[in-house]
Design a protein around this ligand. Structure first.
Ligand code: NA7
Length: 576
């Protein structure tokens, strides 16, 4: 062995031996990820006596809220709704300061949660899971990490988050650019000095839309390289008023119940007047044109993503959707003074909401600043990057900083990126070659004892993910508790049940406008990714009803076996 290789070998042994001394190698459950889903999963299992640990690639808790710390990063679900509901202690001891929480406050909330619930000693930070392999004989998972840590666990739970793998644009010359480059989803811990800098930003989804107004305030000049303009609605964020806080505290169990019934989405409507909220269950044709305009104006003024739910048929009726879309375009024309810029910013060619509606603050207003310009990269693409800037239309535009707000390999990326191998030796990458297949969005055939939280086939990004995650955590915990009580060691799902669920997920999108747009919701933003709807569109209420029914019928569809393989349970979900 050459001396350097030997040194690296020794160092890795010492590192593993020292750093992992406190972590047992054989545990009941490995939870991958310490964001909202992973933290709650860890707590829930440990509370019920399981020996569970979490592995987290970042240096702290937070998941997406650890990494996405770009200027302006803020949640588009209202803070009170974007909180855990399972813990009276957390409810009592934490107060949100704004209607929509910014990234630092959400990360602080998750740090507080991890401390208050005494979870931190059970999380291995700065550790990336490279592979997880199921061993048929022992019915255990072997989880291998980049630090050399290897864990053997009965169950493996992937709480890896729907938006955790950023994607980079394929631009010629990017490696030779000598300025600074940042991806919004890998933002550095230190603050970045934009003063006097010429900044470029690629991407105008939720991340770009939030970052642009903040960076424009500080930079000498900001060039927005715009490919597809998005529909952006004003957040109308504000400090949390005493009245709203009190209303939430005194009424939160009712509000949460209404969220579970699907009556409140949590994306702006928590404190919305009842009669305005109810328009979302009424077809647009039930209103006169004047009434419809009034509803749209009131919802626009109220702020948040509530415009998408203005009427029951916004996402299913093209004409209704176009009326709402044109309402937003009229707002853009009214706000943006330069008509050329306004036209460039006006979304066309796809229905509102089929690409995620962006919720911003002063987004369109920012384009009235003299220091903000737009390059329409469909008309004039970035030909290449040079050491000092970008060549567009044959001319070099000097740049000191380039920001990539270019999105994620959403929902599946975090799973297909690692070597996740099932009982037959096939990787998840192979079995999802034509799109993700799951049972209830929580389990998949050929991968016994593996569960997903917030993954494909669950309501995930079409819901308040905190709520959906909570439900899945409860479901999985109950299943594991029940298995332990019965002495069962292995749980799997059949291909028939998985196919039936996947068909249901795919069928739901067919009657909506969502199927027609090229969005990350259908994997269209990643070259080569199979086109398939990535999440369950039926809503949290329907999802919960289906899973409750499965649960009360002995976790139907989950085939459970004892150590001696004698005891089996969980008839097929499609058997009845
Ligand atoms: P998104 O919503 O996927 O937005 C990515 C943006 O980057 C979008 O405007 C893309 O344009 C643009 N993009 C990507 N690649 C390129 C290239 N090569 N050239 C020009 N423009 C490009 O990601 P976000 O991070 O903003 O938001 C993701 C979710 O995180 C969000 O919905 C919230 O749930 C939180 P395109 O539309 O593809 O033409």
């Amino acid at each position: 062995m050459p001396p350097t290789a030997y040194l690296i070998y020794i160092m890795s042994i010492q590192y593993t031996a020292e750093s992992d001394a406190m972590i047992p190698n054989d545990v009941d459950v490995v939870v991958v990820g310490a964001g909202f889903g992973g933290l709650h999963m860890l707590y829930s299992l440990r509370k019920r006596g399981f020996d569970a640990i979490a592995i987290e690639a970042a240096s702290d808790v937070g998941g997406a809220w650890y990494w996405n710390r770009y200027p302006g990063a803020r949640c588009d679900v209202e803070s009170v709704a974007y909180s855990f509901s399972f813990s009276p202690e957390l409810d009592a001891e934490w107060q949100w300061s704004e209607r929509y929480a910014a990234q630092p406050e959400i990360q602080a909330y998750l740090r507080f949660t991890s401390e208050r619930l005494e979870l931190r000693d059970h999380i291995r930070f700065d550790t990336h899971v490279d592979s997880a392999r199921f061993d048929k004989e022992s019915a255990t998972w072997t989880v291998a990490c980049d630090t050399g840590l290897i864990l053997h666990a009965r169950f493996c739970i992937m709480a890896t988050g729907p938006i955790s793998v950023p994607i980079l644009p394929d631009i010629a010359g990017i490696d030779g650019f000598e300025g600074e480059i940042f991806h919004t989803a890998r933002w550095p811990q230190h603050s970045i000095d934009f003063a006097g800098k010429r900044v470029g930003i690629i991407g105008t989804g939720s991340s770009g839309t939030q970052a642009i107004p903040e960076i424009a305030k500080r930079a000498e000049h900001l060039t927005v390289f715009l490919r597809t303009p998005n529909f952006t609605v004003p957040a109308r964020n504000e400090p949390m008023s005493k009245e709203r806080l009190n209303e939430w505290i005194s009424n939160r169990s009712n509000i949460r119940a209404a969220m579970w019934r699907g009556e409140i989405a949590g994306a702006g409507d928590v404190h919305m007047p009842e009669e305005l909220r109810l328009t979302r269950i009424t077809a647009a044709r039930e209103f006169t044109p004047e009434q419809r305009l009034d509803v749209l104006n009131r919802r626009w003024d109220f702020g948040g993503a509530v415009l998408q739910g203005s009427f029951q048929d916004v996402m299913t009726d093209e004409a209704v959707n176009e009326e709402v879309a044109e309402f937003v375009r009229a707002k853009i024309r009214a706000i943006v003074k330069d008509p050329v810029k306004a036209d460039k910013l006006s979304p066309k060619g796809y229905a509102l909401g089929t690409k995620r509606l962006c919720v911003g603050t002063d987004y369109y207003e920012t384009y009235n600043r003299d220091n903000v310009g737009i390059v329409d990269v469909r008309a004039t693409p970035i030909e290449r990057l040079t050491a000092q800037g970008a060549i567009v239309d044959g001319e070099e535009r000097p740049l000191d900083i380039l920001i990539l707000a270019t999105g994620f390999d959403a929902l599946t990326g975090a799973l297909t990126d690692l070597e996740l191998t099932g009982e037959g030796g096939e990787s998840i990458r192979q079995v999802w070659e034509n799109g993700p297949h799951t049972y209830l969005g929580m389990a998949l055939t050929g991968f016994p004892n593996l569960f997903l939280i917030g993954g494909p086939g669950s309501p995930s990004v079409f819901s308040n993910v905190v709520m959906t995650n909570e439900y899945q955590v409860d479901f999985i915990t109950d299943l594991l508790v029940s298995m332990r009580a019965n002495g069962e060691t292995r749980v799997s799902v059949s291909l028939t049940d998985q196919d039936a669920w996947t068909d249901k997920v795919n069928d739901l999108v067919k009657s909506t406008l969502m199927a027609k747009a090229d969005s990350w919701y259908v994997g269209a933003n990643v070259p080569g990714k199979p086109r398939a709807i990535l999440a369950f569109m039926g809503g949290v209420s329907a999802y919960r009803a289906i899973c409750d029914e499965v649960r009360t019928n002995g976790f139907r569809g989950f085939r459970r076996e004892g150590a001696d393989s004698a005891a089996c349970s969980g008839e097929s979900a499609t058997a009845s």
